[in-house]
Design a protein. Structure first.
Length: 180
């Protein structure tokens, strides 16, 4: 796994400014500056999301005047991305210490893997795990305990990933023709 690979993190928003702020704060807390770029595609939010993001450092903002939808927003973000890796991330997601390294381990576990996704406290298709935290500190501790308990078998092959957080090789995203 090449630690120098830049990850282009794409957030597609439609409202949810408070969620977006929290998500970006968690990204900035848990990833080294310079190892990622942040692209926010705003789908016509009326709560000031795009204006806020434009004032923030190191966020590339793409502003749609209407709700173009999640797939188109992801494709717009990917077209603007310069990273070798593309990460699609919902703006209501909080990331934890080591999250991106874990996804990269999964992605680079085999050359045939095109995408990797994590477990979460709220999703479908066998990605949801029971959780028991109420603060950000407890979330970080919980995520560390999950990582430690999975050390013996941290990866599971899936034919389908839930798109709330998905790391893709750029060539796999492009070979698929983006999202439809």
């Amino acid at each position: 796994m090449d630690e120098r690979l830049v990850t282009s993190i794409i957030l597609v928003t439609r409202g949810g400014l408070d969620y977006t702020r929290s998500c970006i704060e968690s990204i900035r807390r848990h990833i080294a500056a310079g190892s990622y770029e942040l692209i926010l595609v705003d789908n016509g939010s009326d709560d000031g999301t795009a204006a806020w993001a434009k004032e923030e450092p190191n966020i590339h903002v793409i502003e749609n005047s209407y709700n173009a939808g999640f797939p188109k927003g992801c494709n717009q973000g990917a077209a603007a991305a310069s990273g070798e890796l593309i990460l699609l991330l919902n703006n209501d997601t909080l990331v934890t210490p080591g999250w991106l390294d874990g996804l990269k381990r999964g992605l680079f576990s085999d050359s045939s893997v095109g995408a990797a996704g994590p477990v979460t406290n709220s999703a479908y298709y066998w990605t949801q795990i029971p959780s028991h935290y109420t603060t950000l500190e407890e979330l970080d501790q919980f995520s560390e305990s999950v990582r430690q308990s999975a050390d013996s078998n941290p990866l599971e092959e899936r034919l389908k990933l839930i798109g709330f957080c998905m790391l893709l090789r750029r060539e796999a995203f492009e070979a698929a023709g983006g999202l439809d």
